[in-house]
Design a binder for this molecule. Structure first.
Ligand SMILES: Cc1ncc(COP(=O)(O)O)c(C=O)c1O
Length: 374
């Protein structure tokens, strides 16, 4: 199988697996205990927290809260400050469902909700900050979109929000971005940031939320008070060790990743452009190097995906997080892409295991299968 669905999830990096192994064996302790078995787990947990803080450029390790994945980090990072402070929430129209549905939950509780539209290029205009309601407590704009790979001007949005509503905090979901772009907190100007392990070559079901010191937060999981009361629940020490090893390896490998994946995507797309008349959804300057979201005129994406699966290529239509259902993509709708084009759009996402040779083989299969359908 040629795996071109890395935006859905990634194969585990060997470094992540190695980092997890001790905590799946002798190092099984609960870090909250008082004995030697717990201390070993606690040391690993706090070491991972320090390393995660360094890799993101956080001011200190206590700004990192470990969670059960990207969805939970988005829920805590958005509901947490809004519930603590009161006021409204503003999210961009192209956010992942974990963000959109959290804003919906807050709206049901009576908080104001504003949805910030995007242009035809799929990007938020930072000037939109000036028209947000004055009682907006939190604004969430993702770093890069999981369907199209389009990157957002997060630093400019954060600066514009500060000027327009000095009391508001800004959250960004950097789940798709970190594998290929620097995610460096001092450059972003945000207050909260979400990372998910399994998009980086780490295990599933683990993530982190970075929270700038001083940002008040109401927890969403209540219980034993772990993570300084911000996220209760016994720590998945193996998962956390695996995630931080994957982050470390992604950061160290980033330049080579960009070269390898950039070449793979270029060769893949060149063939689809010339042989199928396919076109990219996003302009090259604003998309992640690993994403190829494209339109194949005259071909139904769902039929092509089934044929590709049978021929040995794993790809996706729309967002992978909607459990396999191919519905109308809210991201493409927000970009005013019509039904017809949306129905013949596919997403191929390259990753740390991808090679240019594999991309050539995949392009050949895509061309064959698409031509068979036309
Ligand atoms: C941008 C984005 N945010 C959040 C999530 C959810 O992360 P998780 O699968 O770790 O819950 C995803 C998963 O696809 C994503 O792409």
């Amino acid at each position: 199988m040629i795996y071109l669905d890395h935006a859905a999830t990634t194969p585990m990096r060997p470094e992540a697996r190695d980092a997890m192994t001790p905590f799946l064996g002798d190092g099984f302790g609960n870090p909250s205990g008082v004995h030697a078995v717990s201390r070993r787990a606690k040391n690993a947990l706090e070491g991972a927290r320090e390393r995660a803080a360094e890799l993101l450029g956080a001011a200190g390790p206590l700004e990192i809260v470990f969670t059960g994945g990207g969805t939970e980090s988005d829920n805590l990072g958005i509901a947490g400050p809004v519930l603590a402070r009161g006021g409204g929430v503003a999210v961009s129209a192209i956010e992942h469902e974990a963000v959109l549905e959290t804003a919906g939950f807050l709206a049901r509780l009576g908080h104001g909700r504003t949805v910030i539209g995007v242009g035809a290029d799929g990007r938020v205009d930072p000037a939109e900050a000036a028209s947000l309601p004055g009682d907006t407590a939190l604004v969430s704009v993702m770093a890069a979109n999981n369907e199209t790979g389009i990157r957002q001007p997060v630093a400019a949005v954060a600066a514009a929000v500060r000027r327009a509503i000095p009391g508001a905090v800004v959250h960004t979901d950097a789940v798709q971005e970190m594998v290929s772009e620097p995610v460096w907190i001092p450059d972003l100007g945000v207050d909260l940031l979400t990372i998910a392990s399994h998009k980086l070559g780490g295990p599933k079901g683990v993530g982190l939320l970075w929270i700038r010191e001083g940002v008040a937060l109401e927890p969403v999981l209540h219980g034993g008070g772990q993570e300084m009361g911000r996220r209760s629940g016994t720590h998945d020490v193996a998962g956390i060790a695996g995630m931080v090893a994957a982050m470390e390896s992604a950061v160290a490998d980033r330049e080579r990743f960009r070269e390898r994946v950039g070449e793979a995507r270029e060769r893949f797309e060149a063939r689809l452009w010339s042989e199928l008349g396919a076109t990219a959804t996003a302009s090259a300057g604003h998309r992640l190097v690993q994403h190829s979201h494209l339109h194949v005129p005259g071909v139904a994406a769902d039929s092509l995906l089934i044929r590709l699966d049978a021929a040995g290529v794993a790809a996706a239509a729309g967002s992978a997080c909607r459990s396999g259902a191919i519905g109308r993509s809210h991201v493409l709708a927000a970009m005013h892409i019509g039904e017809e084009q949306a129905r013949s759009s596919l997403r191929f996402t390259f990753g740390w295991t991808s090679t240019p040779e594999e991309a050539d083989a995949a392009a050949r299969i895509v061309v064959e299968q698409a031509e068979a359908l036309r």
